[in-house]
Design a protein around this ligand. Structure first.
Ligand code: NDP
Ligand code: MG
Length: 384
């Protein structure tokens, strides 16, 4: 039995991860579950999977959760220190990190340092600290298996290939919820409009990141670290059908792609069961349902966030961390109707232009850069 800790079990990726565990009861045992605010769901999951411990990130729900589980032997903990404790606990073999945002960085690092296999959905971990994280994974001989569908696709295309044969990685992009909206209309975009993703049903933050293409920029950074490849060789193409999940072009001109339904259960199960594959198809895929697959260039004027991500990647150091921190603040403000859609990129730009820069950050430097970026973004949003 593989012992799993699932960070972010109440979220979109978290609940789909639980589906995979449900379908493979002989294979996995969940030792710990972690959520932030949805304590009722967490309590119910904890009972269903008979876990050993649960952590609620938001300490204000500790009593309620404890009360809800008082007739069980499940240990109840709260706060970020407790999340870090279960991330490195000897009781699990694999940590699935499906937290959202910067909160994922330290738990990923601690899990790697404790020698655990990582199934990684929390891309912000690699956006912020890719260098340190991949360095630690190499030193510890730890596998990091991507859950992000594009990176899962690339990993699948690279199976059995020589790294030296890679010419380019080609990441596909649906174009997000605003793909049929003109540049001029962007100023009036509401959260409700941006939350209507055409293909994927995901958490609110990543759905907004998909609308701005910040998500695609983050995926470029994620790919740079996961596959150890120069940013110039990571391309992005628009592919509205979301059937080709990404591609690899090789030096002989051959291109491999991974196709399938837009269903996160597939990349989650690939990460969890690797190197095996799930025996049951989630839902059968028929190429005949998609007689026309189309591809197009990204409109880089409409979506400046993509170039900003390449820029922060080439600046390196704390720059991607600054981009991420400012984005988190601005997306939360946008979702709360406190700023406009265009302010998201405005806040990122302002933070990158005004933040201090550290070329060789440590985890502590990242904490400071993240705090600074958040303050700068707040200042930008107040001033506007
Ligand atoms: P959701 O918002 O649906 O879920 C996030 C989870 O993390 C919830 O369980 C939430 O708890 C918990 N959480 C949030 N903030 C904190 C915190 N500060 N401390 C502890 N726990 C916290 O997000 P998604 O599942 O959509 O995304 C998770 C990650 O996976 C993100 O990094 C995203 O970019 C990535 N990803 C997601 C995809 C998708 O299809 N959803 C696809 C590819 C990548 P609670 O709900 O109880 O408050
Ligand atoms: Mg993705």
């Amino acid at each position: 039995m593989e012992r799993l800790t699932i960070l972010g079990s109440t979220g979109s990726i978290g609940t789909q991860t639980l589906d995979i565990v449900r379908r493979n009861p002989e294979r996995f045992h969940i030792t710990s579950l972690v959520a932030h605010s949805r304590w009722q769901e967490l309590a119910q999951q904890a009972r269903e999977f008979e876990v050993e411990s649960v952590v609620i990130g938001d300490k204000s729900h500790y009593r309620e959760l404890q009360e809800a589980l008082k007739d069980t032997r499940i240990e109840v903990m709260a706060g970020s220190e407790a999340i870090e404790e279960v991330a490195r606990s000897y009781r699990s073999d694999t940590v699935v990190n499906a937290l959202v945002g910067y909160a994922g960085l330290h738990p990923t690092y601690l899990a790697i340092e404790s020698g655990k296999r990582i199934a990684l959905a929390n891309k912000e971990t690699l956006v912020v600290g890719g260098d340190i994280i991949m360095g630690a994974a190499k030193r510890k001989g730890v596998e990091i298996l991507p859950i992000d569908s594009e990176h899962s696709a690339i990993m699948q295309c690279l199976e059995g290939e020589n790294r030296r044969s890679i010419r380019n990685l080609i990441i596909t992009c649906s174009g997000g919820a605003l793909r049929n909206i003109s540049r001029e209309e962007l100023a009036g975009v509401t959260p409700e409009m941006a939350l209507k993703h055409p293909q994927w049903s995901m958490g609110a933050k990543i759905t907004i990141d998909s609308a701005t293409l910040v998500n695609k920029g983050f995926e470029v950074i994620e790919a740079r670290w996961l596959f150890d490849i120069e940013p110039e060789r990571i391309k992005v193409v628009i592919h509205p059908q979301s059937i080709v999940h990404s591609m690899v072009e090789f030096t002989d001109g051959s291109v491999k792609a991974q196709l399938g339904n837009a269903d996160m259960h597939t990349p989650i199960s690939y990460a969890l069961l690797y190197p095996e594959r799930s025996k049951e198809a989630m839902e059968s895929f028929s190429i005949l349902d998609y007689p026309t697959l189309t591809f197009a260039e990204v409109d880089r004027v409409k979506y400046p966030a993509l170039d900003i991500a390449y820029e922060s990647l080439s600046r390196g150091g704390t720059a991607p961390c600054t981009m991420n921190g400012a984005n988190e603040v601005a997306v939360a403000a946008f979702l709360n109707h406190k700023c406009s859609y265009l302010d998201i990129v405005g806040a990122i730009r302002y933070a990158l232009d005004n933040a201090s820069f550290e070329a060789r950050p440590t985890l502590t430097t990242y904490d400071e850069a993240n705090d600074e970026a958040r303050e700068l973004a707040e200042r930008y949003l107040q001033r506007r």
